[in-house]
Design a protein around this ligand. Structure first.
Ligand SMILES: Nc1ncnc2c1ncn2[C@@H]1O[C@H](COP(=O)(O)OP(=O)(O)OP(=O)(O)O)[C@@H](O)[C@H]1O
Length: 213
């Protein structure tokens, strides 16, 4: 369903990686790891059509993502390294506004349930600027509770989370894979997801190596 072939990434004067190829089908996750600065975020941005590849091709269901444009973006949930939340809005307002932007049906009761699930009960009406780093991350990740789009691209989703929240997010990813979804994620932490097949991709030292488990 998602296929990358011979991707090369150049940032500034440096080639970060070349010849990166992989294929992901429904129910599979690509677990992207590598040294700091090896190009993990750059690769995720390429997969979301936010950064062009110097060479190579990315296909979604057999069609280049550049050709699909909005059709591809409507299939994609991208959570970047930075929390995509507005500090002046509350977790509830952020979640409802993200759903509106994504044209996803989410009523207030479902949003409150999602926030309770990620441990923000009692904090749903507090401006995000007053939340701790981990709580802000939870507010951003609450989007995943009701996220139905098939491709999740998550940049370091576990950063700033305590062990219980890490387990919760891994569980959401596992449920997504079990329902036939695909996920690509970077993390410096080793976290098992409870379901789905995992493919590993390592970036670093100019090489890309792949392994499956
Ligand atoms: N617009 C840019 N111009 C020049 N260099 C850039 C640009 N964007 C990123 N880089 C460089 O590309 C390299 C890879 O960055 P990237 O964020 O993809 O790495 P990463 O593997 O995600 O790192 P980390 O593990 O530290 O998060 C870094 O050395 C970074 O400075």
């Amino acid at each position: 369903m998602l296929e990358a072939s011979n991707l090369e990434c150049v940032r500034g004067e440096r080639s970060l990686f070349a010849d990166v190829s992989f294929r992901l089908d429904g129910g599979e996750m690509l677990y992207l790891q590598g040294t700091n600065g090896s190009g993990k975020t750059s690769l995720l941005r390429m997969l979301c059509a936010l950064t062009p590849a110097v060479s190579g091709e990315i296909l979604w269901r057999g069609t280049p993502i550049g050709k699909l444009g909005e059709e591809f973006r409507s299939q994609l949930c991208y959570l970047g390294h930075q929390n995509a939340i507005k500090e002046e809005l509350t977790p509830l307002e952020n979640l409802l506004s993200a759903a509106r932007l994504a044209q996803a049906a989410l009523d207030e009761d479902a949003a409150l349930d999602a926030l309770a699930l990620v441990g923000l009960r009692g904090r749903e009406d507090l401006a995000c600027r007053y939340l701790s780093q981990g709580q802000k991350r939870r507010a951003a990740l609450a989007r995943l509770v009701n996220e139905k789009r098939p491709l999740w691209v998550l940049d370091e989703p576990y950063v700033a989370l305590d062990p219980a929240a890490v387990e919760l997010v891994a569980g959401l990813i596992g449920a997504h894979l079990q329902a036939g979804g695909l996920a690509v994620l970077t993390t410096h932490q080793t976290v098992a997801v409870p379901a789905g097949a995992v493919r590993g991709l390592w970036l670093g030292d100019g090489d890309a190596t792949q392994r499956s488990r």
